[in-house]
Unconditional design. Structure first.
Length: 177
């Protein structure tokens, strides 16, 4: 396993072509729907003391993709992300232990703290001499705390979409010159 202390200090940018911010929600109480955001950007300012590092990430809500155009349109509507009025989701870290990343997550103008479990996968140099680092992170949130409250009751009991949403992130960073 990679050692987080091997991460060089400096400014790192998210490499959006090698990163994914994904989510999983229950549908009909029995199956899972997976989706992701395809337009993400941000920086991580790694300090000499790595636990003092700060991440700032922006996600374009209109980039939500689940593989189903009708569902994607519904997620972009006022029922969920309301992309016309809230074009971005933002995360700014407030604490990093090496194993967990805590920060303020803003969705639809509502800011709440979240904590993600983090795995550092290491640092590598690509064939063009660029220094890259990779992380995986997971967490769970209650979407209703950010005003994502739309749902439909099922005849058999329960609801169409779970309130709990699992976050699954694979992030590659590129060290900036």
């Amino acid at each position: 396993m990679a050692n987080i202390n091997d991460l060089p200090a400096g400014t790192w940018a998210i490499d959006p072509t090698h990163s994914e911010v994904g989510f999983v929600a229950r549908h009909l109480m029995v199956t899972k729907v997976r989706g992701s955001f395809t337009d993400i950007s941000g920086t991580v300012h790694v300090k000499d003391e790595v636990t003092e590092s700060v991440a700032d990430v922006t996600i374009k809500t209109a980039s939500v993709a689940t593989g189903t155009p009708d569902r994607d349109g519904h997620l972009r509507s006022a029922d969920f992300f309301d992309v016309e009025n809230h074009p971005e989701i933002r995360f700014v870290s407030t604490a990093f232990t090496g194993d967990t990343l805590t920060g303020d997550l803003t969705i639809k103008g509502v800011t709440k703290p979240v904590t993600l479990d983090v795995d550092f996968n290491g640092v590598a140099t690509d064939p063009w001499g660029n220094t890259k680092a990779a992380f995986e992170a997971t967490g769970e949130l209650d979407r209703t705390q950010w005003g994502l409250t739309w749902n439909a009751a099922l005849e058999t009991g329960g609801v169409l979409v779970s309130e709990k949403v699992k976050l699954v992130l694979d992030v590659q960073l590129a060290l900036q010159a």
